[in-house]
Design a protein around this ligand. Structure first.
Ligand SMILES: *Cc1c(COP(=O)(O)O)cnc(C)c1O
Length: 377
């Protein structure tokens, strides 16, 4: 088995609690957090993360699939678990056995649940403009019909914003339209006598950029883990987010690359002069993007070491020529702090041309997840 000896994730649960408290501060008192702990809590470890949040008094969570919901239930998570995506009828048993709330992804799906006949607890998805899931907001009659299906216990209605991170005039106008459409549906449902359901619309950027709009829940995801999708100096001013996750590996071997020699598959890096290379015990099978090859750096003993050559499946090479005193067995930091320096998930995302959500959620099974101790802090 792979142990902390090779490559691992350290989780700072105090930072998670700090971030949750920051979001509670931003949101009106009557809006509760419903954290997205899908994709193994964005790579952080679903049960570990949800447990820490549950201890903080958070009692509703979002997952992507019934299986993710089962994992949380088996890990001791009580309270509401909303499955945000489609569940195949072959897994309807699980919804009931594990007391999961299912999203009604559209009118056709509502009929599928009706045909089954058993009593399901559901939140109805409303498409207010993202055009991914939900019954269209204009189809009010269809939405009301879903509420009237006798075997459905509708406890919520929700939608999702698709450009709430955008700062352009168009993006803001589009988001305000989506909010207006959602409000309209909720108002109409109230007018037609449906009152006993919760509403939710915002994810991280919806909360950060539209905190004045409040519903019953806010489905905070990426930012709860202390990271934004991309660097954003304006938002860093407004909220203090502390990264929960650090990613570390070991120096496995130190070797000299003589002038003119290359390293790694394809020999894509070659030394213009003699260099000292450290081989690290982590690679793309652990979830590092392969297109970090020859871009970005890692931290070792409080100093930066550039990534050289192609990222391999289980190993990678960095240039430690400028770092004296590096030895096999030393710790290499890929995300997190070393001395006064820090690499954030946003940095890795930038170097590899993606968003931090993708970076953290793909961190692999092979990495052990360990809680970080706060010694004397
Ligand atoms: C993943 C997801 C969220 C959380 O989004 P973040 O941007 O990570 O905060 C919220 N709602 C839905 C429907 C999602 O799929």
């Amino acid at each position: 088995m792979y142990q902390k000896g090779r490559a691992w994730i350290e989780l700072d649960l105090e930072h998670l609690k700090h971030n949750a408290a920051e979001f509670c501060r931003l949101l009106p008192w009557d809006c509760a957090l419903m954290p997205a702990v899908k994709a193994n809590a964005y790579g952080h470890g679903a049960v570990l993360t949800a447990k820490a949040l549950q201890e903080q008094g958070i009692h509703a969570f979002c997952v992507a699939s019934a299986s993710e919901g089962i994992e949380l239930r088996q890990g001791g998570i009580t309270g509401e678990l909303l499955v945000l995506g489609y569940t195949h009828p072959s897994q309807f048993d699980d919804l009931l056995t594990y007391d999961l709330t299912q999203t009604v992804v559209d009118g056709v799906y509502a009929q599928e649940l009706k045909r089954d006949g058993r009593r399901f607890t559901v939140h109805v998805g409303i498409d207010t403009g993202m055009h991914r899931l939900g019954e269209r907001w204009e189809h009010l009659e269809e939405i009301v019909k879903i509420f009237q299906i006798p075997n459905l216990n509708v406890t919520g209605v929700f939608s999702h914003l698709c450009v709430s991170d955008g700062e352009s005039t168009q993006a803001r106008a589009y988001t305000l339209e989506q909010i207006r459409h959602f409000d309209y549906v909720v108002e109409e449902l109230h007018r037609q006598g449906f009152h006993d359901f919760k509403c939710h619309l915002q994810g991280s950027y919806g909360i950060l950029n539209y905190s004045e709009y409040c519903f019953d829940y806010a489905r905070v995801g990426i930012a709860l883990y202390g990271v934004l999708s991309e660097k954003n100096d304006r938002l860093y001013q407004e909220i203090t987010l502390k990264p929960v996750l650090s990613l570390k590996a070991r120096v496995g071997s130190i070797r000299t690359l003589y002038q003119g020699e290359g390293t790694g598959y394809g020999l894509t890096y070659s030394a213009e002069e003699n260099r000292r290379i450290a081989v690290l015990t982590i690679g793309y099978a652990d979830g590092l993007p392969r297109n970090l090859s020859n871009s970005g750096y890692i931290l070792c003993n409080g100093k930066m070491a550039p990534i050289v050559g192609r990222i391999c499946m289980d190993q990678m090479m960095v240039d430690v020529t400028e770092i004296p005193q590096v030895h096999p067995g030393d710790e290499a930091v890929l995300i997190g702090k070393s001395g006064d320096l820090e690499i954030r998930a946003e940095d890795l995302a930038q170097w590899s041309g993606t968003i931090s959500n993708e970076i953290v959620s793909r961190l692999g099974e092979r990495l052990e997840r360990v809680g970080k101790c706060h010694m004397g802090v």
